[in-house]
Ligand binder design. Structure first.
Ligand code: PMT
Length: 394
């Protein structure tokens, strides 16, 4: 953070008092801090406090008695802009390009990375309008510093507290220290389940949430890779400027998207739980309950991994997964060879906290050389970082 020029935009929330310790911490880390305030923020904390801490004049208007505060110049000066607290109103203005105060004006002119730390009441935070604004800002490449959970100014308990100043500084430090070791690399990833329709109402599916594959996509995208994420029916909506999302439902659609995209990619990662069989006939009307037993004839779906393994060129890497319930190592080894993976990531349903839907996973990586590396139970983001580091080794 030493020598970094940071714009700290403060909007009108009770959490504005935390901006004083945030600016002090930033300065302690060696940053130069220029504070901007919305007029409402000055009701919660005085510009005098912040100018004393930051040792610079604080701007709360686009023009003041001293003249015009050049928002374009400020937008170009900064290495990062952080808006903390970011109220629901400020988020809505930023998401929609409104320009009616010094923060929104500088935001629109800024070429530097922008971070925002929302602060509001739990129901305001959960409102679809706020969530849409947050997603909109993320889709512009702005960085959300997640809200905390706890007691709020209203007395309600829930999500909506602004992150603590120490956490905000940690986010900035991690950003400036970030590796961009995958810049220039193109990656296709499959993730989530597939749904194979039986009739217009029912399908054969599985319990995959998409969390593992999405975590890998986000880690790679953060490290500079351009990612095409072929995602089966999952509730997740990853938003990242380096991730192109391709939504699919069935194994056939996932196969078409993955095979169509693989040729131009450096790396393929197959984290999806793909149905191995699908109904041969899909009824066009809801199947009625008649006899006591019902048999459904199934046929094999295309094996995406095996198809990509066959066309893999020199210089391309293909990474697979194996979800097992027994005889784990032998089953995974068989898949590693049959599907021509460069390595396979094994997770077993026998490990608590591993596999489907959990926020954590426990993996073992098996290489073609015979090397086997076992990892501890970790968050799926930390597991994704281990997998990405393993790819970097290759
Ligand atoms: O999505 P989450 O809830 O976070 O859960 C993550 C996960 C458990 C789904 C993930 O970590 C995982 O293990 N994915 C692979 C699950 C699986 O069903 O593996 P498999 O043993 O059936 O298949 C082996 C490999 O071939 C996998 O890379 C799979 O994507 C691929 N495959 C399988 C069948 C098929 N028709 N096409 C494929 O590409």
């Amino acid at each position: 953070m030493k020598g970094k020029k940071i714009i700290l935009g403060i909007s009108g929330s009770i959490a504005a008092y935390k901006a004083a310790s945030l600016s002090r911490l930033l300065i302690k880390c060696g940053a130069e801090v220029q504070v901007l305030m919305t007029p409402a923020a000055t009701d919660f904390i005085t510009p005098l406090t912040l100018s004393t801490l930051s040792k610079r004049p604080v701007f709360s208007k686009v023009s003041s008695e001293e003249g015009w505060n050049n928002h374009v110049e400020l937008g170009l000066w900064a290495d990062a802009m952080i808006i903390a607290p970011a109220t629901a109103t400020t988020l809505a203005k930023l998401a929609n390009g409104l320009c009616d105060n010094v923060i929104t004006a500088v935001y629109l002119s800024a070429r530097c990375p922008v971070f925002f730390a929302p602060a509001m009441d739990v129901d305001m935070w959960k409102h679809p309008a706020t969530q849409r604004n947050v997603q909109q800002l993320q889709s512009y490449g702005n960085h959300l510093i997640p809200v905390g959970h706890g007691e709020l100014a209203s007395g309600l308990v829930g999500e909506g507290r602004m992150a603590e100043p120490e956490d905000i500084v940690a986010h900035l430090q991690a950003f400036f220290a970030k590796k961009t070791d995958f810049t220039g690399k193109k990656v296709v990833i499959t993730a989530g389940p597939t749904y194979e329709p039986l009739d217009p109402v029912r399908f054969i599916g599985n319990r995959s949430s998409g969390k593992m594959g999405v975590a890998i996509a986000e880690v790679l995208a953060d490290r500079g890779a351009k990612v095409r994420l072929v995602l089966g029916p999952s509730k997740l909506m990853p938003v990242h400027p380096n991730i192109e999302l391709i939504r699919v439902q069935t194994a056939q659609q996932m196969y078409e998207a993955a095979t169509h995209n693989f040729e131009q990619q450096h790396i393929g990662i197959l984290a999806a739980a793909v149905a191995d069989y699908r109904p041969i006939d899909v009824a066009d009307k809801k199947i009625k309950k008649k006899s006591d037993k019902l048999s459904i004839a199934l046929e094999k779906t295309p094996d995406i991994a095996a198809s990509l393994g066959k066309v893999k060129q020199k210089g391309q890497l293909l990474i697979g997964f194996a979800l097992e319930t027994n005889n784990e190592l032998d089953n995974a080894k068989g898949k590693l060879e049959r599907k021509n993976f460069d390595f396979i990531v094994l997770n077993s349903l026998r490990d608590k906290g591993a596999g489907f839907n959990h926020d954590t996973n426990k993996i073992t990586i098996l290489h073609r050389s015979g090397e086997v590396k076992a990892f501890d139970l970790k968050s799926k983001t930390a597991v994704a970082a281990d997998i990405v580091n393993e790819i970097r080794e290759l």
